[in-house]
Ligand binder design. Structure first.
Ligand SMILES: O=P(O)(O)OC[C@@H](O)[C@@H](O)c1c[nH]c2ccccc12
Length: 274
């Protein structure tokens, strides 16, 4: 992969005690025109990586919050081409690593070859395609690598050790550790922390080449700190979208969302002493 990949740079430059925070938003939610501005503001509030969801009508791994965001975006006509345009606009203002996250069908329909070359042109740094298991589409890995784009694969509690090693080998950028079996969605803190410790130990002993980010169900700074202790950082999606949904369409919805992100990153207390 090319040296300039922004995801690599982020992990390379981070301080030893710093947890990388990746935020997921559905491209075009709540408004197509606002996605670039929202992303730039999230970055100013501490997002280290942005995952842009490519909305799909049948999002198998997603819970109600992201399904709702998907539907809102699709109803506004969001498609892969318009998402590339959003990334291009983000790049006018920010060097934040952008990962496109979505399902394989629309990508295949767009054409793998043109998908990866256009993605690279617009400044995309990585892809997460949960229903394209590592090894099943070798041309996807080749095209991504050829265009300097990281392929981020997922490990889950039901992934055997040997498979985790294989996933690590085939991944670049980072490995996405899905903390619980099930779909995306904010969960209560206790539920997040209880069952995952031994799973995380298994992940950190099998995934040795790539950094590991953990996601699914994180909704507060406290959850994030606790669950990411042994890994390189964390991912938040549904809780952020819930927040946007709560604030939108008041005129200050972006600012309110950005404030929520500051607290997610550093905690309520630190925010007050800043
Ligand atoms: O929403 P949560 O529970 O905070 O989880 C992150 C998640 O939203 C994001 O990374 C994601 C959105 N759709 C997915 C599908 C599969 C895996 C991960 C995802």
């Amino acid at each position: 992969m090319s040296k300039k990949n922004r995801i690599e740079t982020i992990f390379h430059n981070r301080r030893p005690d710093q947890k990388i925070m990746s935020l997921f938003v559905t491209a075009g939610y709540p408004e197509v025109e606002k996605t670039p501005e929202l992303v730039v503001e999230l970055t100013k509030s501490g997002a280290d990586i942005i995952e842009l969801g490519m909305p799909f009508s049948d999002p198998l791994a997603d819970g109600p919050t992201i399904q709702f965001a998907n539907k809102t975006a699709i109803d506004q006509g969001v498609n892969i081409e318009s998402i590339f345009e959003m990334v291009r606009r983000i790049r006018e203002k920010s060097e934040v690593p952008v990962v496109l996250m979505g399902y394989i069908n629309p990508v295949l329909k767009f054409g793998l070859n043109s998908f990866f070359s256009r993605a690279a042109e617009c400044g995309v740094d990585g892809v997460i395609i949960p229903d394209a298991p590592p090894g099943e589409l070798p041309e996807l890995d080749e095209l991504a690598a050829g265009n300097g784009i990281a392929t981020i694969y997922l490990v889950a509690p039901n992934t055997p050790d040997e498979r985790m090693k294989e996933i690590d080998k085939r991944s670049s950028g980072f490995v996405y550790c899905v903390s619980v079996a099930g779909v995306t969605g904010a969960r209560k803190g206790a539920e997040v922390s209880r069952s995952v410790t031994s799973f995380i130990q298994r992940v950190t002993s099998n995934v040795t080449k790539n950094p590991v980010l953990i996601g699914f169900g994180i909704s507060s700074h406290e959850d994030a700190v606790q669950i990411s202790k042994e890994v390189d950082g964390f991912i938040v999606g549904s809780a952020l979208i819930d927040k946007i949904r709560e604030e939108y369409p008041a005129s200050d919805w972006i600012q309110k969302t950005a404030d929520f992100v500051k607290v997610l990153k550093i905690g309520e207390h630190q925010k007050q002493v800043m």
